[in-house]
Design a protein around this ligand. Structure first.
Ligand code: NZQ
Ligand code: ZN
Length: 390
């Protein structure tokens, strides 16, 4: 096992009806900005419940900022930063999915940046310039990203198509409210995207090379098997509480640092996926379903031992020689994504070989030239991965 230093300070308030516990977690005299997306939370009643909970015991000033888009943009978020300053906001509350929570993290950091510093530096430095941040909490409505219990975010500059991730230990939510009932109104496509996202987060902290990290491996395999078990039902039966509860908790556990502590990690699928979203507008989860099977194929020698472990422990594949078992595991992974209604080929998005050069150029522009658990996924290897995804 590798050395690690792990602390996750986010308090999780989980279960049906937990929004009513919001008031005890937000300081009673806070000046709160509630941030949300394009309006789903207004339509499904979540926003009303949140506002009512904030008015219980306390004298809070409560303002709203709406319109944070999927793949939140720097341009929109800077308007929220301005509102924070104008209304002397001292607490942020994100109500939504990964985009709203990530956007709120950016606002929390940008609002406390010295006036002399350009907020874009947060992204340019991938979070290293952050020395202070406003406190914030979250009410999660979409299980997928893990943003509700981690310290990372991804923000896009719309003008230049730069989709950039950042993190800082100052950006853990103070608390997150996880009520599975809040997810019932999600479109099937977003649920499927979320299952894939959580699955791929787990894979990127698991499918590398063995370091005898048995706890982390078994936790990861447990999450993967759970997602395989519940994925189809989560999509087909939106109001099945226990299925959604298991999905929410799987997605949170897949990216809160626990399974990644003490093991090598390979985030190549995400980094290549971000360029697909930035250049072609493909949903985050869908980009991962395109890239991961291709990464498994192209990296099968480097990942051989873990691929065989994955085949046996996640898919119960025990027959045939080693290469046949790896082939079968890759095929099962692909057909799992497809069974959720998530296509796995660039061609499914009308993208052909001519799309590859600009994607590789974007990876180079963003410094993504040494990806993978051994930093040996060069732009040439990324090109092979994209070719395998055609
Ligand atoms: O904007 P509204 O109207 O709220 O609609 C949203 C949005 O259109 C809708 N939605 C959310 N909850 C709903 C709902 N509709 C009905 N009922 C509900 N309960 O779903 C749509 C997608 O929402 P979004 O927040 O964009 O999805 P997701 O949670 O998948 O977040 C994706 C973003 O997170 C980043 C991605 O790159 C992408 O920008 N990620 C963040 C990570 C992190 N912070 O750790 C890690 C991930 O790998 C990922 O990169
Ligand atoms: Zn993701």
């Amino acid at each position: 096992m590798l050395n690690f230093d792990y602390q996750n300070p986010t308090r999780i308030i989980f279960g049906q009806g937990s929004t009513s516990k919001l008031s005890r977690s937000v300081p009673p005299k806070a000046r709160v900005l509630v941030l949300y997306g394009g309006g789903s939370v207004r339509r499904n009643g979540t926003l009303d419940d949140v506002l009512a909970a904030l008015q219980q015991d306390g004298e809070r000033h409560v303002a709203e900022f709406s319109g944070i888009e999927p793949n939140p943009t720097f341009e929109t978020l800077m308007r929220a930063v301005q509102q924070v300053h104008e209304e002397q906001i001292d607490f942020l509350l994100a109500v939504g999915g990964g985009s709203v929570i990530d956007g709120t993290k950016f606002v929390a950091a940008a609002a406390r940046l010295p006036a002399s510093e350009d907020a874009w530096s947060i992204l340019e430095s991938r979070g290293r310039v952050i020395k202070d941040a406003l406190p914030f909490g979250a009410v999660l409505t979409l299980p997928a990203t893990g943003s509700e219990m981690n310290a990372g975010g991804v923000v896009t500059r719309a003008a230049t198509h730069d989709k950039i991730s950042f993190s800082s230990r100052l950006l853990y939510p103070q608390f997150s409210i996880l009520d599975p009932v809040r997810t019932y109104t999600l479109p099937a496509r977003q649920v499927a995207n979320g299952v894939v996202d959580a699955f791929v987060h787990t894979m990127e902290q698991y499918l590398t090379y063995p370091v005898d990290a048995r706890v982390q491996d078994r936790f990861a395999e447990g999450l993967l098997r759970t997602l395989v078990e519940i994925g189809p039902d989560a999509v087909a039966r939106p109001e099945d509480y226990d299925t959604r509860a298991n999905l929410v908790w799987s997605a949170t556990m897949a990216l809160n640092g626990l399974i990644g502590a003490g093991v090598p990690q390979d985030w190549a699928t995400h980094m290549i996926g971000h360029e697909l979203t930035a250049l072609h507008g493909i949903d985050h989860g869908r980009t991962l379903a395109i890239v991961l099977p291709a990464v498994m194929e192209v990296r099968r020698e480097a990942k051989r031992d873990k691929l065989l472990q994955y085949a046996e422990r996640v898919w119960d594949i025990r027959d045939g020689d080693a290469d046949a078992r790896i082939d079968a595991a890759i095929a099962r992974t692909r057909s799992f994504f497809e069974s959720l209604g998530v296509p796995t080929r660039l061609g499914d998005y009308q993208l052909g070989a001519d799309a590859i050069d600009p994607l590789v150029a974007a990876l180079e522009k963003h410094g993504m030239t040494q990806l993978g658990e051994k930093q040996d996924i060069t732009p040439d290897v990324s090109r092979q991965i994209l070719q395998a995804a055609l």
